[in-house]
Design a protein around this ligand. Sequence first.
Ligand code: SF4
Ligand code: SF4
Length: 99
Amino acid sequence: MDPITSVTRGGKPWTPEFAVSLDGKKCIGCGRCYKVCTRDVLELIDRSEDDIDEDADDDSESISSVMALSNPDDCTGCGACSRVCPKACFTNKPMPLAA
Ligand code: SF4
Ligand code: SF4
């Protein structure tokens, strides 16, 4: 299936890049992405064992919460989350309509 495409208000072609994954091992729970998302796609959750990066050389073991994509079908593909994340946690890409 072809990815969703659109246009800007001025008529320029625009292809949304949807948030498709978020790396909980990199996330520091800063909340920047949550603040910029206008669609309630994101949610701060308790950090699980799977989100702990054993090889991290910072103090990440003290982090108790990480961000999660709790409502991905409401994402508009604006890309703001990815732009503000200081840890490059997000993968955003063009996608077809969800089945
Ligand atoms: S791409 Fe936009 S709408 Fe989608 S999760 Fe990121 S900030 Fe929210
Ligand atoms: S901006 Fe990045 S590091 Fe901060 S909470 Fe969101 S995903 Fe985690």
